[in-house]
Design a protein around this ligand. Sequence first.
Ligand code: PMP
Length: 296
Amino acid sequence: MYVYLNDRIVPRAEAMVSVFDHGFLYGDGVYETMRTYEGAIFMLDEHLVRLYRSASMIGLGMPLDQDRVKSALYDTLGANSLRNAYVRLTVSRGSGAVGLDPDLCRAPTLVIIAEEMKDYPKAMYEKGIKLIIAVTRRNSREAIDPRIKSLNFLNNILAKIEAKKAGADEAVMLNGSGYVAEGTVSNIFFFRDGVLCTPSVACGILDGITRDTVLDLAVREGLTVEEGEFSRDDLYGASEVFLTNTTMEVMPVSQVDSVRYGAGEIAGLLRRMYRGEVKAYVENVKGRGPSLWGYE
Ligand code: PMP
């Protein structure tokens, strides 16, 4: 396995970052998780826009422009001969003396890890997964805006620990005002009284790229969609709940706390539509050839 590290592709064993890296010391950095299908990185431009936005929101100057990041991503996939992959791109503030001041770091550290995509078990898509509503609240937008996809993940990890203790697959966090926000690595949707609901970005969530795609698909399908503030009772009263993210796509939920949900027709429909969208995207990228950056 090969890893991209600051301008070079190196064997995994040589992919080392300094103990003085502020990503390690302070969680000072940003990242993106992407997924490739048949060699094409799905929604690559959207992921890069979000990456540069996250970097800008923490005052981190990206070491490469977007085109060079694209080539670095495809070079890493090529070096590992991967077609269906999970890709994680991390940019930290870089290595510097101990201290919070970002100016202590001379240059950011950029790492790309690409691995064979391990699909979630089929049974999860068939039966749905189990959620809890965590006691841990989502960071407020005024503290660390959840739109920053940062290395500082402790908020989500605390909620994840709660989920594990409860034997659940994922935890949903409420925001400081008690409204539903998002999962630890996912956005949440629910279907209630004929309306597909999802917390608005103003609730303090990451504006997931899968969330955006699913919202577009739902509108295209003629579903009534509402982005807003929803209580835990709104969620409990839903007929269907599902999660979205880049790697799991559209994942049905069978249970939130002690409330159980039905078959997941809407989730099934949107997942099929999402798959169709992926297929069209891959065809389009393939048609353009050079977008694959020589990786075939
Ligand atoms: N919320 C959080 C906190 C996440 O970490 C993720 C995963 N990146 C998402 C939502 C879903 O985002 P996306 O659809 O862009 O993967």
